[in-house]
Design a protein around this ligand. Structure first.
Ligand code: GUN
Ligand code: ZN
Length: 439
């Protein structure tokens, strides 16, 4: 298998940085290198240390002066919503009923799903996202199309066939039994194939009957290693409707608790308006609250209390995500720009080191996949991004003033988008330039 040596400035996080001076949280190499073989990082360090390990046969690619980081990770988005982005609605439930539940019906067609799977993976690669956690539609063929494309591109992806058996158009519903059977089949067909991971995916309490949440619980018991993903506490009307459908539950979180769906592999999209009791339940179970800033602003859902969740006596694990197509941009850089602004409105700080930690190692930890992705270390997947802080004329002007790493990261986050991704590597292979599209 051919070897490859990448040279550039390298940055990788070990843990969440406490502040801008927290140098122990990361390793930065001004002249760094990665040795890659068979899709994995074999060595990482300074160029002078790594170069001698490469041997004569390694191809050397010089990315200086750009910054090489682990690939970006998006922990919540919807593959069938690429054409829902930018739909004009007053709030979540209007947006779902007017646009989303109509559009997702088109994914009953295998051809349509295959066409959009190709577009979806192109956009991930173009935006530097090397792992994503996706909702497919209710149709098994949508999950088949997603995972087939992921396998073809050799990407580490997490996704699930959505389970939804009420409060949606008939053409977009399964039943408790068929949702269970189809999910089992998706697991049998795709989980562990290539780098595919299947997630158990009940959409949310509004669109699942108690019988369906029981079926999700049965799946979670049978396949305890799988991720579970759903939505929680995004919008006040959604909360009220959910609680009215499950009157025996103490609150929205308790609905999922009753059905055994909380836990360290459970990802709860949004989780904006949680009570102290709900936060305790999330914390005690190790569940993850997934912050989706562009979506929360676009749908007017609310301001995610990141610091309240993290700094309480019982902290809640958090992750960050685009939530395409409630979210309005595929870029994790743009996502963190909006996350920053939300914390500003709450009177809190979000420093750029922490933002870049969250998009990489932080999200990998939230997915319990940090043994595979999220850092530049031997043995990990060689999924990488190469970042260019001077990728547009206005960025190049601002870049003239940059003298520190955190200033560079803040510029990338504030002004960057897909154009700032100079290259994306998937399992050691350059994938963005291979798309043959303009940067
Ligand atoms: N809640 C249930 N389904 C969805 C969805 O598709 N997008 C968002 N933002 N919230 C949801
Ligand atoms: Zn969502």
């Amino acid at each position: 298998m051919s070897k490859c040596l990448l040279r550039g400035r390298t940055l990788s996080f070990h843990r969440r940085p406490e502040n801008l001076e927290d140098k122990g949280a990361y390793t930065y190499q001004e002249d760094g290198a990665l040795l890659i073989q068979a899709g994995k990082i074999v060595a990482a360090g300074s160029y002078s240390d790594v170069k001698p390990q490469a041997g004569e046969d390694a191809e050397e690619i010089d990315h200086r002066p750009h910054l090489i980081m682990p690939g970006l990770i998006d922990t919540h988005l919807h593959f069938p919503q690429m054409q829902v982005i930018g739909s004009y609605a007053a709030n979540l439930l209007e947006w779902l009923n007017t646009y989303t539940f109509i559009e997702e019906q088109r994914f009953a067609s295998a051809e349509h799903a295959a066409r959009f799977a190709a577009h979806f993976f192109d956009e991930m690669v173009r935006h530097g996202t090397t792992t994503a956690v996706a909702y497919c539609s209710v149709h098994k063929v949508s999950a088949d199309a997603f995972f087939a494309e992921s396998l073809k591109r050799n990407m580490r992806m997490v996704a699930g066939k959505v389970m939804m058996d009420r409060n949606a158009p008939e053409a977009l519903t399964d039943t408790a039994q068929s949702g269970y059977d189809d999910t089992r089949q998706v697991i049998a067909d795709w989980h562990g194939k290539g780098r595919n991971h299947v997630a158990i995916t009940p959409r949310f309490a509004i669109t699942s009957t108690p019988a369906q949440l029981e079926a999700a619980q049965a799946l979670a018991r049978e396949f305890p290693d799988l991720h579970i993903q759903t939505h929680l506490s995004e919008n006040r009307d959604e909360i009220a409707f959910s609680c009215s459908l499950y009157p025996q539950a103490k609150d929205y979180t308790d609905i999922y608790e009753i059905y055994g769906l909380l836990g360290p592999r459970s990802l709860f999209g949004h989780a904006i308006h949680l009570s102290e009791r709900e936060m305790d339940a999330m914390s005690e179970s190790g569940s993850v609250a997934v912050h989706c800033p562009t979506s929360n602003l676009f749908l007017g859902s609310g301001l995610f209390p990141m610091r309240k969740l993290q700094n309480r006596q019982k902290p809640v694990r958090i992750a960050v995500a685009t939530d395409i197509g409630g979210g309005s941009n595929y870029s994790m850089l743009k996502t963190m720009d909006e996350a920053y602004k939300i914390q500003q409105l709450l009177g809190e700080r979000l420093n750029p080191l922490e933002s870049f930690y969250l998009m990489t190692r932080g999200n990998a930890e939230a997915l319990s996949l940090d043994n595979h992705i999220g850092a530049l270390a031997p043995g990990l997947d060689a999924d990488l991004v190469v970042l260019d802080m001077a990728s547009t004329p206005p960025m190049a002007l601002k870049a003239e003033t940059v003298s520190t790493l955190s200033e560079e990261l803040f510029l990338l986050q504030t002004m960057g988008d897909d154009r700032a991704i100079a290259e994306t590597y998937i399992a050691g292979e350059p994938a963005k330039s291979a798309l043959g599209m303009p940067r």
